[in-house]
Design a protein around this ligand. Structure first.
Ligand code: IFG
Length: 508
């Protein structure tokens, strides 16, 4: 090599080292330049850094935080409880900041470490979800955390997703994985659609045929399946450990063919029905003028209540096209009495607003603004699940490999770009209890199908439920969403690489 080229070689090498060094600090030095989802209420950087190593230590100020600390140690391998020396991460109660409520938290990152404080372990749990997002998924030994403060709390109390385990059955492990998806984005409710025409998925000990017959198939004629009460309790506990409440749905009086195929006495003609593996809706109904029906509903609700610690039981009530209107209204009032007798608060799709329902009953608006305004007149709290914006079984666009399009094509930007307070003019903001994104599974057969439809739309629904409207705009959000791709990939989530998001280099 001649002298000339030797110097130019050295110059290039030096340049490469400088460039490499600069890209090493690609992490934002300002906490406010974050990619957090949901967007925190307040976040500000102080320009410093805290080096968190993989062997970082945790300290708790109160024994009630041990469960949350154990969860963090489980999901962020390498962390451990501090024995004596000062910890890197301190978890504390006593934030005494009323506005945080139960779910909010304060996070302070200084040169001395991280402190997460809240009024309740639920808030500390959410603070840890934020901290997990500040640690790169493929973090090397040392992680530089930008210093600063975060003060954060949710906009709505109900931030949910629904999984239809009736059209296609999903086992316990799939449901637990779905719960992990929700916890990562501070969603706090999983609504399980347990029964429909194609399958009854929850064991009722006094009515065993509901699962031995009613749980024996699914859309397309597959093997179906069901949760024993023990398995359901396992799901409930897994969710509770992540501060997620299970809302079980027994869909009545329509969407009941699996029950009608299990017990003759539920059918008005006294003949046992046929199992159904198609995808039509609105053809089935319980016999609303027979006392056997209400004894059945009472037996089911009694057993479901005993294994459901959450306050709600969802009784469906949608698409009862085979039920005369006055019979439907009578049925809803009878079921309301049964649910209340068993000490639970009723939830139902927006059609129930036509019936005599208690003020505490929560109405889930999916299709009819008229029903929603009826619910509002009655003073019911309303959960918004507008099919045209929040149904995750809708295709992204006409090329989507699975999904429906009867409500709308819902690209990732459309899924994000709406404000619950104004989406339904007939519902006053103070009655909006929250938002919920359902996944119906007529066209969804396995976990990969779930992941394709749920990601990347789910984080956007989580942000709609959590973050102030004033901080939300698609152009800014889409770049934060793109930065979550490594997170999806490291979790093995086969997400839809929507063309409306600039996913950038694969390894960004
Ligand atoms: N509507 C039905 C669902 C499901 C859905 C598919 C509701 C409340 C269409 N009811 O949505 O059972 O079939 O998009």
């Amino acid at each position: 090599m001649n002298l000339e080229s030797k110097y130019s070689y050295a110059f290039v090498l030096a340049l490469a080292i400088i460039l490499l060094a600069s890209c090493e600090t690609k992490r934002p030095t300002n906490l406010a330049d974050h990619n957090l989802i949901p967007h925190p209420v307040e976040i500000s950087g102080t320009g410093g850094r805290y080096l968190l190593d993989r062997e970082a230590t945790l300290q708790i100020s109160d024994p009630s935080l041990q469960g949350v600390a154990d969860y963090f140690i489980e999901v962020q391998s390498g962390m451990k409880m501090a024995m004596d020396q000062k910890a890197d991460i301190e978890l504390a109660l006593g934030a005494n900041d009323e506005e945080l409520g139960e779910e909010g938290y304060l996070m302070e990152i200084t040169e001395y470490g991280v402190v997460i404080s809240a009024n309740h372990p639920h808030g500390v749990f959410h603070g840890l979800q934020t901290l997990l997002q500040l640690i790169p998924v493929n973090a090397e030994e040392l992680v530089e955390l930008a210093t600063g403060t975060i003060r954060d709390y949710p906009r709505y109390g109900h931030r949910g997703s629904m999984l239809d385990v009736s059209r296609h059955f999903f086992g316990v492990e799939d449901v637990k994985r779905y719960i992990d998806f929700l916890a990562a984005y501070k969603i706090n409710v999983l609504h399980l659609h347990l029964t429909d025409d194609q399958g009854w998925r929850i064991e009722i000990k006094s009515k065993p045929e509901l699962t031995t017959i009613g749980g024996s198939t699914e859309v397309g004629g597959g093997a179906g399946g069901f949760y024993t009460q023990k398995q359901y309790e396992d799901i409930v506990q897994y969710a509770a450990d992540r501060f997620i409440t299970i809302v079980p749905e027994i869909d009545l009086p329509g969407h009941t063919q699996a029950a009608l195929a299990s017990y003759a006495e539920l059918n008005c003609d006294g003949q046992v029905g046929e199992l159904y593996t198609g995808t039509e809706v609105g053809f089935s109904t319980l016999c609303t003028d027979s006392e056997a029906t209400y004894e059945f509903v009472d037996a089911v609700i009694q057993e479901l209540e005993a294994i459901t610690p959450g306050p709600y039981i969802h009784i469906g009530g949608d698409e009862s096209h085979a039920t005369e209107k006055e019979d439907y209204i009578y049925f809803i009032s009878r079921v309301q009495q049964i649910v209340s007798k068993h000490g639970k608060t009723m939830m139902g799709w927006d059609e129930i607003a036509q019936g005599e329902i208690e003020k505490e009953t929560v109405v889930q608006q999916w299709n009819s603004a008229g029903n929603a305004s009826k619910a509002a007149e009655n003073g019911n709290r309303i959960i918004l699940s507008p099919a045209k914006l929040a149904y995750m079984d809708m295709k992204y666009d006409s090329t989507s490999r699975i999904g429906y399009d009867w409500a709308a094509l819902i690209e990732v930007d459309r899924a994000y770009n709406w404000d619950p307070d104004t989406v339904n003019a007939t519902v006053p903001a103070e009655l909006i209890y929250g938002v919920e994104a359902p996944l119906w599974t007529e066209t969804v057969e396995n976990m990969k199908d779930i992941e394709y439809l749920v990601f990347p739309r789910l984080p956007g629904y989580a942000e709609i439920g959590w973050s102030p409207q004033s901080l939300r705009n698609w152009e800014e959000y889409r770049s934060r969403l793109a930065a979550h791709a490594p997170r999806f990939e490291s979790a093995g989530i086969e997400f839809y690489r929507s063309p409306v998001v600039d996913w950038g280099k694969k390894d960004n």
